[in-house]
Design a binder for this molecule. Structure first.
Ligand code: ADP
Ligand code: MG
Length: 361
């Protein structure tokens, strides 16, 4: 097991690495502590798979180093890195039984036979594969094959880390949530560093103690699910996490007041002077914006109201900009004109996309 350090890591697949746009990974500095359950979350194409393949050694980075504890592994081949990796699609040997498939990663590692047998049984039990252990892998469904791939990733007890690359892609939706919590339990039982790549925030937030959010080849924030929700460090994180995501409104800030158009909004913090040229925005989650009758706050027009189970969410518009707000129980709005009240404790200010820290009044 190991602490994994990425030091000034950058990667370009294309021919001309001097062009910044050609970089799939821009400049990544990051440390994963030993034993944690981590998610690497970001939209498709942001560089997650590239990063994972650099950690496992399938891709050699254009610049920067990868360290396992204090050992520089950048130039070591995959086989020498002691890493297990589970991919999006099943990797199983069709001619072998499930038992042989699960035992395979232990076979060439001088693990005694009885220890191998015991470990295979243990992993099969965790993944609910016991009853198919003696079946040929070729006769099984894609779901089952992917479970075997997961098992093959989990079977070696001595790995530095296990990397999962969107491992539930082929899993049937109704089985997904169950496997997600199974993986979480397995992490608790095995105490191995696990990095779980996904573009799905629900998957990331249920699996991980800490989530690393990537955007456009860079890490934009690392935090617990609560931290990402309560204090997004970047407007991208606010927008990407949460459903619906954070409302973002262009504004001007003077001391402890934000001006959205002509409307003054009281803030709880005083901010450094934010220059006119800076793109300043106010961010607030729909949970902390209340829809009210017109004349009592920021004027908006209501487009529609969605019932999302626990709450009602209003889709509104202000100056052509779509926003989301919570609808209090019992509120009824005549026509489309309404207003918004913003809870000042949950307002964040961003300059050029980055969270600005202010001083409490
Ligand atoms: P993700 O896993 O987050 O979807 P990837 O790491 O697969 O992102 O891709 C990041 C970027 O690198 C994308 O723009 C993708 O098109 C590009 N890319 C990925 N693999 C290759 C490759 N083998 N050759 C060229 N470009 C690639
Ligand atoms: Mg990918």
């Amino acid at each position: 097991m190991a602490r994994i350090t990425l030091d000034h890591l950058a990667h370009a697949y294309k021919a001309d690495p001097r062009k910044p746009d050609d970089y799939a990974l821009k400049e990544i500095n990051h440390v994963w502590s030993q034993g944690g359950a981590y998610a690497l979350l970001g939209p498709s194409g942001c560089g997650k798979t590239t990063l994972l393949n650099i950690i496992s050694g399938l891709v050699r980075p254009t610049r920067g180093r990868v360290l396992f504890d204090d050992l520089d592994v950048t130039d070591l081949p995959t086989e020498a890195r002691n890493i297990a990796q589970v991919f999006q699609f099943p990797v199983v040997y069709d001619t072998m039984s499930v038992r042989e498939n699960l035992a395979f990663p232990l076979k060439n590692r001088h693990v005694p036979r009885d220890r191998t047998a015991q470990r295979v049984e243990e992993i099969a039990r965790l993944l609910d594969l016991t009853r198919v252990l003696d079946r040929k892998a070729s006769n099984l469904t894609a779901d089952m094959k992917q479970k075997i791939s997961l098992g093959r990733g989990l079977v070696r007890p001595d790995v530095a880390a296990i990397l999962f690359d969107e491992p539930l892609t082929v899993i049937d939706p109704h089985l997904k949530w169950q496997l997600r919590s199974t993986l979480k339990e397995i992490h608790r039982a095995l105490d191995i560093t696990m990095i779980y790549v996904t573009h799905d925030q629900t998957e990331a937030l249920t699996f991980a103690d800490k989530v690393v959010v990537m955007h456009d080849g860079a890490v934009v924030q690392t935090g617990t699910p609560d931290e990402l929700f309560e204090r997004p460090a970047h407007t991208f994180v606010g927008h990407f996490i949460g459903s619906p995501g954070m409302n973002i409104l262009p504004c001007k800030v003077e001391g402890a007041t934000a001006f959205v158009g002509n409307e003054a909004i009281r803030l709880e913090r005083i901010y450094r002077p934010l220059a006119d040229g800076e793109r300043v925005e106010l961010g607030i989650r729909p949970e902390f914006v209340r829809l009210q009758p017109k004349g009592s706050g920021l004027p908006v027009s209501v487009r529609r109201i969605d019932d999302i189970g626990r709450a009602r969410i209003a889709r509104v518009e202000m100056g052509g900009r779509p926003l989301a707000a919570s609808v209090p129980d019992g509120l009824s709005i005549e026509g489309s004109e309404a207003a918004l009240a913003l809870d000042p404790r949950h307002i964040h200010i961003y300059a050029d996309g980055h969270l600005v820290s202010g001083e409490l009044i």
